[in-house]
Design a protein around this ligand. Sequence first.
Ligand code: DON
Length: 583
Amino acid sequence: MRRYQWILAIVLAVAPGLAQPSDAREGARNSSEAQFFPASGERGMVSSQDALASRVGAQILASGGNAIDAAVATGFALAVTLPRAGNLGGGGFMMIHLAATGKTIAIDYREMAPSAASPEMFLTSDGDVDRTKILGSGLASGVPGTVAGLVHVQRRYGRLPLIDVLSPAIALARNGFKVPYALADSLEKSKKRLQADAGSAAYFYKPSGVVYVQGETLVQTDLADTLSRISKFGAEGFYQGAVAEKIVAQMARSGGVITRQDLKNYRVVEREPVCGNYREHQVCSMPPPSSGGIHLVQMLNILEGWNLRALGHNSADYIHRLAASMQRAYADRSQYLGDPDFVDVPQSRLTDKRYAESLRQQIDVKHAIASAEVAPGLREQRVESTETTHFSTWDAEGNAVSNTYTLNWAYGSGVAVIGAGFLLNNEMDDFAAKPGARNSYNLVGGEANAIAPAKRPLSSMTPALVFDKKGLPLLATGSPGGSTIITVVLQVVLNFLDFNMNIAEATAAPRIHYQWIPDQLYYEVGISKDTLHRLKNMGHNIGATPRRLGAANSIAAKPNGGTSGIADYRREDAAAVAESIRD
Ligand code: DON
């Protein structure tokens, strides 16, 4: 009889250095022999923003599920235990690597604009964007994609019956779970906004608005019923029938326009990943409607022209080149990116090495160039709290999943579907509601990202997979953080590949962020004062105070076999859980 002991290690974020022995430093990245193979007894790993959800994923691996089953189980569990970002009412992207065929697939389950959406729907009579409507009303929501996405991948690539991967989430919702620190803290901070909505007030607070404290039990019966319907009827249990009726009724109460037909029409799309070669490795991520993959590859292409290691990690010269590459990429993002089912995105040109070289030549390695002087680059073509969450799973066969999903803001629009127990997204703000107007991440956009019925808003989510020369997976990573997602993922990848850090070091290292508009270089605690001083002298506008940038929950192949996981210390309660067999 086989005996499982599934929590071999809970690698808590506060001790990132423990995740991997230091002899792994000269790791797989430099070895021509690098390849993934399971360590003896290891059955896989899950890294997510919530320890309970990571354990659910690990439990699924223990019961014979693969990395896809584990990812789906983790995704549904996070919808219960991490309501600020885990979700049924949002959407996201999943990268799947299948060991058996060597194939990598990009799953698009991004929200779609309702059929009644129009480019002017959020404009006031003065022509301004109505920020309350686009972020905090029924109109803020796109048609949710999460349930369709998770059920789709489970049915197509998973191994277990759907009911098995949903059961842990149903149990957590029905029996309740002990509220962890981060949830208690964020519910306290969000109480004004959430208690303004009858459903959210009832689901996430005690009577009279009393906030749960850490250790108290949160039961979500309506959510358990919704999950249970999904387990019985698949995606139809959400997009049709009783749950769909409740979503439509909620639209009537909160001024939204999602119809039964919009729900029925929701489609998951399997897309070709965007992949680029970076030095000896291949980096793959999401194509549009995410901007993540294109700009990750574009920035890597620009940076490939310099010997970054020789510059020194987080030196002023290194950060300057990072920021300059980010400036070019985000300028392009504002103009060329949108839903590829609606607009032509010049993907191959943006990810072309020659284009990167031309951008690199425009970069002054000694001085910052003001953003006002930098326009989107494909000139000849010019016609004129946030909260998300990332998790990674990996199984002993070498299947790997990198998933980022979101409600956009923490708790989305703040509107919960009464009777169905879940929150709705406010993803419509990721469209360019008006050309040139900034959204909540200070991102600007134009025609390519204008609102249209059934269109998917442009995203920055960047679930990424990195492969070695033989095409075997080395790293699964991704992050929340709105506009900072792409630059956070870029730095995790560079730390891992160029600076030869193990995944714990690569995750913990202080980060910077720059996005063209505003012309500000943001940084985390740990970038030295001397470095900031030098950057200032080079002409950078340095953000006033340090910011916490992203939260990358990653898994990497260890050179000696098996995987090493890390949950980012930037979010309390995150955990990487390994599953293994012990005699
Ligand atoms: O899709 C996007 O790019 C945004 N809706 C992501 C929002 C986000 O990451 C908020 N989290 N920290």
